[in-house]
Design a binder for this molecule. Structure first.
Ligand code: HAM
Length: 420
């Protein structure tokens, strides 16, 4: 049997209602904050992500779906949206039309990670990017939006963690201090962390190895070495969050796995989803546009994993959306009447009534069972003595009441069904 690729998932019709409800909340919230939707291609030139996210990150060095197309160009399925959105902004000179561009997106992403609960190879994110302003209010706005969406979904066990990585210069100075500290403990680091010592020293904070964690527990922290400008920016973000009553914790070890961050980083985790607890993450990336050969524009954004959020909703028993009902099931008693039934269904459907009918020449009983299974609000019986008298039998499934309606009066029929 051919199965779906490991780490990918079919989203079956019975799950779609929860996806749609989540997407509705996402779209409505972004509208309130004046974000406009952007859709970019599923694949891009590999160098966009290599340069944007950083060669030494796990995403670029281990997780991307990268292949040569038939013309020999290296292509990558997008592992995230930020680089693509900044590319689109530069390519279409959107910054010339508007000095601050606020985008949101809902899109599939691809990363070849080891699949487990809440970690997939094709997953979906919603997220936002605001490019063109260094205002700390925008950093706060991102966190407020993400938190607000998660609250609207009914989630309770949330923790908002924030940190600041400061401007690149203070980070470079701090890296020297961290290097001096880790030099003293180098032999006790795990092999992975020994490699990171050279390639991406801050990421040693993310190590899950006990031996590393022991060493990092006493490591000097970047936040203690931030310059005044970075500290002020961070203070303003915190103030705005306090005013908006978003509860947050400072996590001085929150470095995040993408290289483009400057100033604020944040994550919102849930205690309801197990090991993969980050429902969303983001931060400021003031150097990214320039890195991608665009103008020197500051930016900030976040992305949230939809599968993880839906898992949290399931575990917290929120977002219990019922499948939509159909309005009418047409029960056809004789094969000869299929023509009439099909045509009636067509006319009603075109008039915005949701209608199903029997395509399997089933018995009356089987058709009624099907109508029940579909949660149909009404059934309409075509056939029998009534039909000989040019009448159809309409049954209200909520109370079992039946009435006869003229077979040629579609408006009358609709007035009973009283739809939409
Ligand atoms: P990220 O932290 O790599 O950030 O991903 C954001 C969220 O996507 C995660 O918190 C998680 O919920 C979800 N996610 C990531 N990988 C997987 C996976 N393999 N399976 C399921 N869900 C996953 C970014 O992608 C940045 N672009 C966020 C950002 C936007 N920063 C600034 N602007």
């Amino acid at each position: 049997m051919i199965k779906a690729i490991t780490g990918t998932k079919d989203i079956l019709p019975e799950e779609i209602y929860r996806w749609r409800e989540l997407e509705k909340i996402v779209i409505d919230t972004f509208r309130n904050y004046n974000y406009r939707e952007i859709r970019t291609p599923i694949f891009e030139e590999t160098k966009l992500f290599a340069r944007g996210i950083g060669e030494s990150t796990d995403i670029v060095s281990k997780e991307m779906y990268t292949f040569l197309d038939r013309s020999g160009t290296s292509i990558t399925l997008k592992p995230e949206m930020t680089a693509s959105v900044v590319r689109a902004l530069i390519e279409h000179s959107l910054y010339k039309k508007q000095s601050l561009n606020k985008f949101f997106y809902i899109s599939p992403m691809f990363r070849q990670e080891r699949p487990q609960a809440g970690r997939l190879r094709q997953f979906h994110q919603f997220g936002a990017e605001a490019i063109g302003s260094n205002s700390p209010y925008l950093d706060a706005e991102m966190i407020i939006i993400a938190y607000s969406i998660l609250k609207k979904l009914g989630l309770r066990n949330l923790t908002v963690k924030i940190n600041s990585l400061g401007i690149p210069q203070s980070r470079e100075n701090y890296k020297k201090i961290l290097r001096d500290y880790l030099n003293k403990h180098f032999n006790n680091l795990s092999n992975e962390s020994k490699k990171r010592f050279e390639s991406n020293i801050l990421r040693i904070f993310d190590s899950k190895e006990e031996q590393d964690q022991k060493i990092m527990a006493n490591a000097p922290l970047l936040i203690e070495y931030l310059d005044d400008e970075s500290l002020e920016h961070f203070e303003n973000v915190k103030k705005a969050l306090l005013k908006a009553q978003v509860p947050f914790e400072i996590d001085a070890k929150l470095v995040r796995g993408l290289d483009y961050y400057t100033h604020t980083t944040f994550e919102i985790t849930s205690a309801s989803v197990g090991a993969q607890s980050a429902l969303c993450g983001g931060g400021r990336y003031n150097g990214l546009s320039k890195e991608l050969e665009g103008p020197d524009l500051p930016g900030v954004g976040f992305a949230a994993g939809i599968e993880r959020i839906l898992l949290a909703c399931e575990n917290e028993k929120t977002l219990n959306i019922e499948e939509e009902k159909i309005d009418l099931f047409i029960v056809t008693l004789e094969k000869d009447l299929n023509d009439f039934a099909f045509n009636l269904a067509y006319r009603l459907r075109e008039l915005n009534v949701s209608v199903e009918l029997d395509y399997l020449d089933r018995s009356l009983k089987a058709q009624m069972r099907e109508a029940n299974k579909l949660n149909s609000r009404f059934t309409l019986i075509v056939g029998g003595e009534e039909f000989k008298n040019n009448l159809l039998v309409l049954k209200d499934m909520s109370n079992g009441q039946q009435i006869n309606v003229p077979a040629d009066d579609i408006n009358k029929l609709i007035s009973y069904i009283k739809v939409k």
